[in-house]
Design a protein around this ligand. Structure first.
Ligand SMILES: [Zn+2]
Length: 339
């Protein structure tokens, strides 16, 4: 499946080469900086600025992005990347963070290798650790670290929120489906373990039907286990360690909205560790652990793109409609200034 994705990109790329001269005036370099809130567009590249060809020593694992003349998304002046539903330069019609509509100015974002989704934000803190550390701020920091690492490898990366903002699941997923990345990773941290064990109780949820989603979940499992083992915690372990799908008992579809709504893009929801566990809360406050987690996510994505490794840690699909924390809807959501 991955080869298919690459081949499709290469086909579009080849078709568009004839337009390169016409497009040259609009080409900008990929955003390779560490600041994922940068107002620069992420991902409009030509064959001369491709991440795959700019390195003089080690070629990037990430293929050249196709050159598109349309703008599936824009980056607003306030740093949001939002899916375009109509309009044009100077007056783009977009899906807002709260899943409304607005007309705003912004710079075109024409594709991405990776979309990272830091869960929760704004008035939705997610899990809160014994120390008071909120999942929303932790997720955002991990996403920034992953983005920094992947950009250093030549990837065009988009993050679904530039700061402490509420964003609906609908908009998060639409950012991914509009940009058609090779991987979409929704970053979360867990709460309410049932017991403790010798191994990190990481949970990776993949889409039921997408083989690349499943493979990425298995690669994330391997990378998390390797990255966290040196920390030697008495790990919290819930009901569901491993890489698995979660299926709605009532619909048969993917249970988690961010995975269901992003179908067509290989997506995984990560729960690397338990923020509710005092030991893991303490680890999650450290640079060392956060860097280890971010490096593991980046490495798993690199392996998805550059290898055929199958991943491991797969466990049976969980079939359940039990509530999973809620949030992500439109009720009470107020859009921030977008330009
Ligand atoms: Zn969460």
């Amino acid at each position: 499946m991955l080869g298919g994705v690459k081949e499709r990109w290469l086909f579009v790329y080849a078709v568009c080469l004839c337009a390169t001269g016409i497009l040259a005036a609009f080409v900008v370099s990929p955003d390779a900086g560490p600041d994922f809130a940068s107002p620069l567009p992420d991902a409009f590249v030509s064959e001369t600025t491709s991440p795959a060809t700019t390195s003089t020593t080690v070629p990037s694992a990430f293929p050249a992005l196709p050159i598109r003349v349309d703008a599936p998304a824009i980056r607003t002046g306030s740093g949001f990347v939002l899916p375009v539903t109509g309009g044009g330069p100077g007056a783009w019609e977009v899906l807002t963070p709260c899943a409304g509509t607005a007309v705003v100015d912004g710079l075109p974002v024409r594709g991405a290798h990776v979309v990272l989704d830091p869960g929760h934000g704004g008035s939705e803190p997610g899990a809160v650790g014994p120390s008071g550390l909120t999942e929303k701020e932790l997720n955002l920091d991990i996403a920034a670290r992953v983005a920094h690492r992947l950009r250093a490898e030549g990837a065009a990366v988009v993050v679904t929120r530039p700061g402490d903002h509420r964003v609906t699941l609908q908009t998060r997923a639409a950012i991914a489906t509009s940009l058609e990345p090779l991987a979409f990773v929704s970053i979360h941290h867990n709460a309410a373990p049932l017991t403790n064990g010798p191994m990190p109780g990481s949970e990776l949820y993949h889409q039921i039907a997408d083989p690349d989603s499943k493979r990425l979940a298995g690669l994330l499992w391997e990378e998390f286990q390797a990255a966290f083992a040196p920390f030697g915690s008495d790990w919290a372990v819930g009901d569901d360690p491993g890489a698995r799908a979660r299926q709605s008992a009532s619909t048969g579809d993917d249970f988690y909205g961010v995975l269901r709504r992003s179908q067509g893009v290989p997506a995984v929801l990560t729960e690397a560790a338990f923020l509710s566990d005092p030991d893991e809360d303490a680890l999650l406050r450290t640079d060392e652990f956060r860097d280890a987690e971010a490096a593991a996510i980046a490495q798993a994505i690199l392996r998805l793109v550059a290898t055929e490794d199958p991943g491991s840690g797969f466990v049976a699909t969980k079939v359940s409609d039990a509530p999973a924390g809620g949030g992500g809807g439109t009720a009470g959501c107020e859009d921030p200034p977008l330009s």
